[in-house]
Write a protein that binds this ligand. Structure first.
Ligand SMILES: NC(=O)c1ccc[n+]([C@@H]2O[C@H](COP(=O)([O-])OP(=O)(O)OC[C@H]3O[C@@H](n4cnc5c(N)ncnc54)[C@H](OP(=O)(O)O)[C@@H]3O)[C@@H](O)[C@H]2O)c1
Length: 333
């Protein structure tokens, strides 16, 4: 196919940095076994960083960002996939060092491709995207480490963001009592509609303290914020509880002591979506299509924007304050 198609291309030259829609062809795409017509992508914080010169995400220019895509296989040299298959691709090098989802066509490695599970549409898969996948991986690990609804409330930080919103919904589905921490007073009704039983102000969950331990409150935590918030969670998680550390919107340095670990037996669980092994990845997507599937995925959490509005959506996630997830409609199938 020599016809051109539309892609959002970032470039860095001596003349400066550009981020703009361009017409490209299949010969511009990187090698891979599977060619996909992209129906939807989504906007993650990492994509915002990839769209600015100081973002430190993109390694080589010119480049097509987009760490999430869902679409239909056009060609595959790998027997596991055939034209017409509906698929999801997230993680690995996608949108970081391999052209990503902000393009009407993408060519990717077969080992990165997940068949769309029954129970999800392509649009729903992108309402979830990397943020939803990471929230689900965090919940899966908390449960694997012994968390049950009987142990007590679970606290979600960065609650109105994509990861936080979906974590609330999943835990509510599974019967947990959920507390949500947010910096946004205006979004309490949204968090309650998702299933939050209790809402804490961000000031409380990011307060610094010299005390090694505070009153124990949480059986488990999903932390999208890091920094002083993760230190707070370590001080306040109950005996034997677990914290899934997922993000760093509030900072990367954590001021803590060994006491939460040696006096309360706290588990600090690291969550990485990018290199999650494929067998576990498929298990997580199956959960997202069934028992974990958020009840309000398209009516509350995900909002669709056309491809043309991608630059504004990228700027918005960098500015902060975006509720839930932005789905980008790339092309009609
Ligand atoms: N480990 C992984 O594999 C993985 C995968 C995906 C994402 N992540 C990371 O997880 C984090 C959340 O991702 P996301 O997609 O949910 O991002 P997002 O939609 O931008 O949400 C982040 C939320 O964090 C809160 N927040 C923002 N700035 C803050 C600050 N200065 N201090 C405290 N809270 C702040 C806000 O929630 P409130 O306004 O409600 O407080 C915001 O909505 C990011 O750091 C992202 O890079 C990690």
């Amino acid at each position: 196919m020599s016809a051109t198609f539309k892609a959002f291309v970032v470039d860095k030259k001596e003349a400066g940095f550009t981020a703009a829609f361009k017409d490209i062809t299949q010969t511009d795409l990187p090698p891979g076994e599977v060619l996909i017509k992209v129906a939807y992508s989504s906007v993650n914080y990492k994509d915002g960083l990839a769209s600015i010169p100081e973002g430190k995400i993109v390694r080589n220019y010119p480049f097509v960002p987009g760490i999430d895509l869902a679409g239909v296989v056009v060609e595959s040299s790998e027997a596991g996939f055939k034209p017409g298959d509906e698929v999801i691709v997230t993680s690995y090098a996608l949108g970081v060092s391999h052209f990503g989802g902000f393009s009407e066509y993408a060519r990717v490695k077969a080992e990165w491709v997940v068949p769309l599970p029954s129970g999800l549409t392509l649009k729903e898969a992108m309402a979830l995207g990397t943020a939803g996948f990471t929230a689900a991986l965090a919940v899966h690990k908390l449960v694997y480490n012994g968390l049950t609804p009987q142990h007590g409330p679970v606290l979600i930080t960065g609650a109105t963001g994509g990861l936080g919103s979906i974590a609330i919904s999943i835990l509510k589905n599974l019967g947990y009592t959920v507390a949500a921490s947010t910096g946004q007073q205006s979004e309490h009704d949204y968090l309650k509609a998702l299933g939050a039983d209790d809402i804490l102000p961000r000031e409380e969950t990011s307060a610094e303290s010299n005390r090694p331990l505070d009153k124990d409150r949480w059986a488990g935590c999903v932390d999208a914020v890091g920094g002083a918030t993760l230190a707070y969670l370590l001080r306040t998680t109950s005996y034997g509880g677990s914290i899934a550390s997922c993000g760093n919107t509030g900072g990367v340095n954590v001021n803590t002591t060994v006491f939460p670990f040696i006096l309360r037996g706290i588990n600090l669980l690291g969550i990485d979506s990018a290199n999650c092994p494929m067998a576990l990845r498929r298990t997580i997507w199956e959960h997202l299509a069934s028992d974990y599937k958020p009840k309000h995925l398209l009516d509350l959490v995900g909002h669709e924007a056309p491809f043309e509005e991608l630059p504004q959506a990228l700027a918005a996630i960098l500015k902060g304050g975006v509720r839930g997830r932005t789905i980008i409609k790339i092309a009609a199938l």
